[in-house]
Design a protein around this ligand. Sequence first.
Ligand code: SDX
Length: 436
Amino acid sequence: MSDTKNNDSFTLTDNRSGQEYVLPVIKSAIGPDVMDVRKLYAETDHFTYDPGFTSTGSCESKITYIDGDQGILLYRGYPIEQLAEHSDFPEVCYLLLYGELPTPEQKKKFNHDITYHSMLHEQLMYFFRGFRRDAHPMAVMCGVVGALSAFYHDSTDITDPKHRMIASYRLVSKMPTIAAMAYKFSIGQPYIYPRNDLSFAENFLYMMYATPCEEYRVNPILAKAMDKILILHADHEQNASTSTVRLAGSSGANPFACISAGIASLWGPAHGGANEAVLNMLEEIEHPDNIPAFIERAKDKDDPFRLMGFGHRVYKNFDPRAKILQQSCHEVLDELGITNEPLLDIAMELERIALEDDYFIEKKLYPNVDFYSGIIYRAMGIPTSMFTVLFAMARTVGWVAQWNEMIEDPSQKIGRPRQLYTGETERKFKPVHKRR
Ligand code: SDX
């Protein structure tokens, strides 16, 4: 079928019958407009076909905008560079949830409300005991977050905006507590309760590293770096895990179950699990001299190995978050006095070589958000297995903001894609004694 574009519509022509179909164009605020294909199946008896949704807009959203060619990322219209430089994570949470930066009064109240939801129901402690000590912390996160729906019945009526906001606050503020408890459980140390006098990032680091045996003061440099990392990971349009949350939420599932589904999707090494995979890859490379061999493996079609932390479905230029994290990497290592970090040397050399290689240039493969984050986490003393947990901790606000937007969308309906069926046509059942 051919198509021509005029004014605010496309006209598709079925070259077999000459029949023409008009697809209205819906204009965007910025970025690509969309062809409205909602009536296409009813009118043409054909589905569109787009595995991986490379050309498909799944929803209308006002939260985050990405320009992959220009390397632009906006949260509610504000450039990520400005938010990373001048804002803080709770303020960015408010922005993503409510659409505007908070006034001083709104900021104070939001910080208070988020802080006062950070404790977990005491009964949940026993839930952790069901796991092996060596369980991957992402498995613990999936289980414990999903179990929250068994504890917070007073915020699971998704038709009630108050319930939705309480559940959103609970999820954003309890994720650091659950994450730190998963870490403490894995090392056999007692859980540390959150404190109401600490900031969001300080509280997380406090719950991770304090012990009941002595006073623990959070390093302000690490708290500031953590706050910036949380901002950079907070939301990212309709990525795999956000789309998972939206699809789960479209059936009316409770928010805790939806976020647990998002955590499961983020865990994959092609998505949020890449930060853990990058560190493992850098350790496997071991020395800059070994980089060319790994680059060749990444280019070899017969080798499943990919350069973790490189490439992106949307960014065909630098991921703006990677640029900010590269800078933070140097700042954190310098400020911690870590002058010799071989993994950073390998990462910098790997980036230099890859960005000069024709394969990576042609396929527009640049470092993404996961390439540098792991090196900063390692400098902060965070174990590799916790890297994706930190990604989930930050992305929870994006997930709940997108989930709320979906529920509030008057055109929202259950997500139910169709398929291109190429299996067996109908055939008659054969009793087992007749099968040869
Ligand atoms: C995140 O969507 C988001 O916004 C995600 C995220 C977020 O904030 O939510 O930004 C977070 O998930 C970042 C991505 C982290 N993943 C990795 O770093 C894993 C390594 N990267 C790849 O697996 C890959 O680049 C993806 C999954 C990120 C993107 O895959 P696409 O868009 O489906 O691209 P593709 O697999 O079709 O690749 C296009 C070509 C292929 O070659 P051809 O088949 O065309 O010959 O580029 C090649 C790929 O083989 N390629 C790579 C590569 N990434 C793509 N080759 C070597 N190393 C890589 N890393």
